[in-house]
Design a protein around this ligand. Structure first.
Ligand code: SF4
Length: 306
């Protein structure tokens, strides 16, 4: 029996579901029940009724959100080391420090934050819904973290003043994309559309035909008449794009744009996690209660009340 077959049979036996982020390895995406971005996966975790175990093939903050939104389930993170460096960049102390300077500004946090930080914010957002979330607030000055690029892009899209907290937060993987690489690819593929994630730099956003979250990129590609796309996000998304659009061609804007944290989930670790029910994600009740309010406010903006 192959490892994939063993995982599938164990999954059935244990009444588990596997949720995988778009940046996971192809073989992990293929064994998952659902593949999506952070908001799609949070929604799935929130709505899941039948499974007793949710295996979250992603990084720490996403599994924490699943545990917060669905506290009656066992949420497992296959690799304990799968931590998002950007989420680690914003501490509770840093939020408190900025609140002293801007006591009236609401705090909006990208879901790419730890539960402890979410517990100190007014509302969460994702790269798919930040415009709606920010526009729902009756405030012109907003503390926004932890991604500085997303803060700048959100300010452009909403016309509001967004103060990035910390001042320098970034995703190391998305910073690898450079406009000069795209220029070279555009010479080779002159009819290609350039699609980039808002965690990329302003220079990358400027030269793109489309800027959006991974779910919005998938939608854009499906609807587009173009046949070739230069993709400015973690290379894992290309697997889903190719599967969903077998006749279209996808080229990474930088083929080494790999998130090493996302790639820590391997089939071996996934099997081990299911078999021994590890690593159980637990968020302290007092933190989970406050973080859940921030996440539910975000869903309410999107018309997704529980
Ligand atoms: S791609 Fe960037 S934001 Fe996403 S998990 Fe990796 S480091 Fe974190």
């Amino acid at each position: 029996m192959s490892l994939t077959e063993k995982i599938l049979s164990l999954k059935k036996e244990k009444k588990a579901i596997i949720l995988a982020h778009n940046y996971q390895r192809p073989e992990i995406q293929d064994v998952a029940d659902y593949v999506g971005d952070s908001i799609e996966l949070s929604r799935k975790a929130m709505e899941e009724k039948d499974a007793s175990i949710i295996v979250f093939a992603a990084v720490d903050f996403m599994a924490e959100s699943a545990a917060i939104l669905n506290p009656s389930k066992k949420v497992l993170l296959p690799s304990l080391g799968a931590r998002c460096p950007m989420a680690q960049m914003l501490t509770v102390d840093e939020i408190k420090r900025w609140k002293v300077h801007y006591p009236d500004a609401p705090v909006v946090l990208y879901v790419n934050t730890l539960a402890s930080a979410k517990a100190y914010c007014d509302i969460c957002c994702t790269s798919a819904n930040f415009v709606e979330v920010i526009n729902s607030l009756d405030a012109d000055t907003i503390l926004f973290g932890p991604d500085r690029n997303l803060a700048e892009y959100a300010a452009e899209k909403t016309g509001k003043t967004l103060i990035p907290i910390p001042e320098w937060g970034f995703c190391p993987t998305h910073l690898l994309f450079q406009p000069e690489d795209v220029m070279v690819l555009r010479m080779k593929y002159p009819n290609a559309k350039v699609i980039v994630h808002p965690e990329c730099s302003a220079e990358m956003r400027k030269i793109a035909d489309f800027v959006g979250s991974t779910s919005k990129m998938c939608h854009y590609v499906k609807e587009s008449e173009a046949q070739t796309f230069i993709v400015g996000t973690e290379v894992g998304l290309l697997h889903r794009l190719k599967k969903e659009n077998p006749r279209k061609q996808f080229i990474s804007a930088y083929k080494d744009a790999v998130c090493p944290n996302m790639k820590l989930t391997t089939l071996e670790r996934l099997y081990d996690s299911l078999k021994h029910e590890k690593h159980l994600v637990k968020v302290p009740d007092n933190v989970a209660r406050k973080a859940r309010i921030a996440l539910e406010r975000m869903f309410a903006v999107n018309g997704l009340k529980r």
